[in-house]
Design a protein around this ligand. Structure first.
Ligand code: ATP
Length: 351
């Protein structure tokens, strides 16, 4: 399915265009109030723009003369809040979509069971939403969205309401179930974009300010918003002894997701600059990852300083520290420092 969307919503000062190719996941990034949810609402048929079009595989769903109702679009919208029917079991929630398409009750339940299995919550089939954790409920919501056999899947910050600890596993599930589907994913989180999206569109002030393949946009950001959120650290290597075995003896431990990598797999450890602490000497005691680097550049932003540093093999890494810490550490280009990262702040993925 290809999705083409243009929308002008004057009251919200939104004027955007978005194209999604068949089987592609496009992440829409942007600050609060940028117009991301407005874009999804137009695609889902929940908001009629003042002008613009929504076209799915060449067929108009929204235009000056055409208006297809939300339920008739076969476009699923998965919000931050799972919005499950509270009085139905997880299984019945998922079976709801197939049932309303006229599928026989028994077949609908079989399909629902398979979807629950696919997103890793088969054992929770009989529970009501009130008996599920946030992460479990969101998995059921993903199963329900997929069971409706949508032509396009719209995800509005699907992990924003979840505990940070459960996000990597859900992200990994999404990575699997979103592959080959036509998806628009609204997120604040550059890690979601990096791991789930083929392309990124950055919206700011109701306008698209940047668009392109995910790695291009995130490694060479052009808009101030993208520059601020990009810059994730990545250490590539081979999976060995429960860690990413990188160049020059760098070993990074972190959170892996099911199924865990096997010895010899190509993997990448990803962590945010804000997760890095900077030391003059290797810190003792706590079980942290440490990487010896040489400061190459200091870039102040707000009350923080982004410390850019290079590993012995020339890989660039970044750490965000407070201005005070930068002064206390007497950081300057050329200085050798130790970057330290808690394993729980590191996500490890197969590449
Ligand atoms: N129901 C509404 N009625 C009128 N204006 C709205 C409505 N919802 C949002 N807006 C306005 O439209 C603009 C775009 O908001 P939108 O919710 O699309 O942004 P967003 O990028 O999704 O933000 P967030 O990340 O905070 O969810 C903002 O100026 C917002 O105040």
């Amino acid at each position: 399915m290809t999705l083409e969307l243009t929308a002008q919503v004057t009251e919200r000062d939104v004027d955007v265009a978005l194209d999604v190719a068949d089987g592609e996941t496009v992440a829409v990034l942007g600050p609060n109030g940028a117009g991301k949810s407005t874009l999804l609402a137009v695609a889902a048929g929940l908001l009629r723009p003042d002008s613009g079009r929504v076209v799915l595989d060449g067929v108009e769903l929204t235009s000056a003369d055409v208006w297809v109702a939300p339920h008739a679009r076969r476009i699923a919208l998965l919000a931050q809040d799972p919005l499950l029917f509270p009085h139905l079991s997880a299984l019945e929630n998922v079976a709801f979509g197939p049932r309303s398409r006229g599928i026989h009750r028994r077949t609908a339940r079989e399909q629902a069971r398979a979807w629950l299995e696919d997103v890793g919550v088969a054992e929770l089939a009989d529970r009501r939403p009130g008996q599920l954790s946030g992460g479990q409920a969101q998995r059921v919501a993903v199963a329900r969205a997929l069971a409706a056999d949508p032509r396009v899947l719209l995800l509005d910050e699907p992990m924003a309401a979840l505990d940070v600890a459960v996000r990597p596993a859900l992200r990994q599930t999404l990575r699997r179930v979103l592959a080959d589907r036509t998806v628009v994913l609204v997120t604040h989180d550059v890690l979601d974009a990096l791991l789930l999206a083929d392309r990124v569109v950055v919206v700011d002030g109701g306008r698209v300010v940047e668009a392109g393949p995910t790695t291009d946009v995130l490694t060479r950001p052009r808009s101030p918003f993208t520059a601020r959120i990009a810059g994730l650290n990545m250490v590539r290597g081979t999976w060995r002894d429960g860690a990413v075995d990188g160049p020059h003896g760098i070993a990074v431990k972190g959170l892996t997701t099911d199924p865990a990598p096997a010895t010899g797999d190509s993997v990448v450890a990803v962590f945010r600059p804000s997760a890095v602490s900077v030391f003059r000497e290797p810190p003792g005691g706590s079980p942290r990852n440490t990487i010896t680097t040489t400061v190459s550049d200091l870039e102040p932003f707000g009350d923080q300083v982004r410390v850019r540093a290079a590993t012995p093999d020339g890989q660039s890494l970044a750490a965000d520290v407070t201005t005070l810490a930068a002064a206390e550490l007497d950081l300057a280009p050329g200085l050798e420092v130790v970057f330290s990262i808690k394993a729980t702040e590191v996500s490890i993925y197969r590449t």
